[in-house]
Design a protein around this ligand. Structure first.
Ligand SMILES: Cc1cc2nc3c(=O)[nH]c(=O)nc-3n(C[C@H](O)[C@H](O)[C@H](O)COP(=O)(O)OP(=O)(O)OC[C@H]3O[C@@H](n4cnc5c(N)ncnc54)[C@H](O)[C@@H]3O)c2cc1C
Length: 389
């Protein structure tokens, strides 16, 4: 439980302040006005990716030499909160893309880094994708069946992936596959990671999922049919792919916690404004203690979620263990965000139940933060394992 009681510096550095200011400004000026339409039209936020890239937000925690902002994990979490406050669909596109850039930077060869990361950070690729889940392997990714077999000079990939964010738009995807054989099953140690470029023959993109929320984000199945990859597609060591995935997911969970904080910040702000404005029984509903208590609970839970997310990001930035802290942040922030968005709908009454106001979208968008990058149940497993170790 190292790091649990450490004090962290709550003052933002100049770089962090700059990232927050530019993310907030772009989010409120360019993204927020488009969010309802992206949701309604199920439109991928391709037009916004370039703007995010120009501000350095497609590689916040990526070295400047690769086109990133090199601003660290805390700046990334803060930027993610700002973008999510405006549009969760744009935020998840940005989150997965940042994660892919970080993973290639950390585990890639110099050639792999040079080939892909600058295209991600510059917005030349519309997105990056992270293909771990399969139709029959979600919470238990070690049960995956997608397989990569060695051939002359490379690999041949066969299998199915499911629920892949930005799969239809990503310039590069990290795809996990078994590299052990049916005769010699090695469990998690039989899994390797590969870089697959969009348009590789044998890669087929499925239809976009019709989702409850994040409707502006793209979620697809991928199928690989004798998809040939060069030798240089292997990311990290053969058999070490599961570790790559776990390291990536630890960081990704800080991103999801930050998404939950951002979405629920927007919901609470809307609820406060509405409570002041809406009159019943001859007074603003904000005068009723029942409404005030909902706002007080939401405010408290939001601050707690924000602090947990920033602590996990801070530990990551300090290169200290942060796996359990990221799981706690993701668990608490996603569950609190659901309650905050639900209270925001309640405070709006019937007006909260229709698409004219954004709280309806926030409630739908926030639900998935309890599911992806490991469900709440999986986070509890990670936290309990660390506590009982
Ligand atoms: C919008 C969206 C985007 C996504 N994007 C990506 C992506 O980009 N890349 C990617 O790889 N995946 C992605 N996913 C997949 C996501 O990570 C999985 O849905 C998630 O890991 C859960 O897997 P599952 O849906 O198969 O549920 P299952 O694993 O089948 O779980 C079903 C239920 O059983 C519970 N459960 C499972 N095992 C246990 C256990 N041991 N103890 C207690 N309870 C348990 C779960 O918590 C859950 O409640 C995305 C999903 C969505 C909805």
């Amino acid at each position: 439980m190292e790091g649990r009681l450490d004090a962290m510096d709550l003052e933002l550095s100049e770089t962090q302040q700059l990232i927050v200011r530019s993310a907030r400004d772009f989010a409120q000026r360019e993204i927020a006005p488009k969010a309802a339409a992206l949701d309604r039209e199920e439109r991928f936020p391709g037009e916004l990716v370039k703007g995010l890239a120009e501000l350095g937000l497609m590689g916040v925690n990526v070295p400047a030499a690769l086109g990133g902002s090199e601003a660290g994990a805390v700046a990334y979490a803060l930027a993610m909160m700002e973008i999510s406050r405006a549009c969760a669909s744009t935020a998840v596109t940005m989150a997965v893309t940042n994660m892919v850039a970080e993973v290639i930077t950390e585990f890639g060869t110099p050639e792999q880094r040079e080939r892909h990361v600058p295209k991600i950070t510059a917005g030349e690729y519309q997105a990056g994708a992270f293909a771990l889940s399969e139709p029959q392997a979600g919470s238990d990714p070690a049960g995956m069946t997608t397989a990569a077999a060695r051939t002359d000079g490379g690999w041949v990939l066969n299998g199915e992936k499911q629920w892949i964010t930005s799969g239809a738009y990503a310039g590069v995807m990290i795809v996990w596959a078994r590299t052990d054989t049916p005769q010699d099953r090695r469990g998690a140690r039989g899994i390797s990671a590969f870089l697959v470029e969009q348009g590789t023959p044998g890669l087929r993109i499925g239809r976009a999922e019709d989702k409850l929320g994040l409707r502006g984000s793209n979620t697809v199945a991928l199928s690989f049919e004798d998809c040939r990859l060069p030798d240089g597609a292997l990311l990290g060591q053969e058999g070490q792919g599961f570790r790559v995935a776990m390291v990536a997911l630890d960081g990704g969970r800080i991103g999801v916690a930050s998404q939950a904080v951002g979405i629920s910040t927007a919901a609470l702000e809307a609820a406060v404004a509405y409570a002041r404005d809406r009159k019943q029984f001859g007074q603003a509903i904000a005068e009723f203690q029942a409404i005030q208590w909902m706002i007080a609970d939401s405010r408290t839970e939001l601050d707690a979620a924000r602090l947990l997310a920033l602590r996990a990001a801070w530990l990551k930035e300090q290169r200290r263990p942060f796996s359990a802290e990221a799981a706690m942040a993701k668990l608490f922030a996603s569950e609190a965000a659901w309650r905050i968005c639900d209270r925001a709908v309640q405070i709006h009454g019937a007006y909260g139940y229709v698409k004219d106001l954004a709280v309806e979208r926030h409630l739908r968008d926030v639900r998935v933060t309890r599911i992806y990058e490991g469900t709440s149940e999986v986070q509890r497993m990670v936290i309990a394992r660390a506590a009982l170790r």
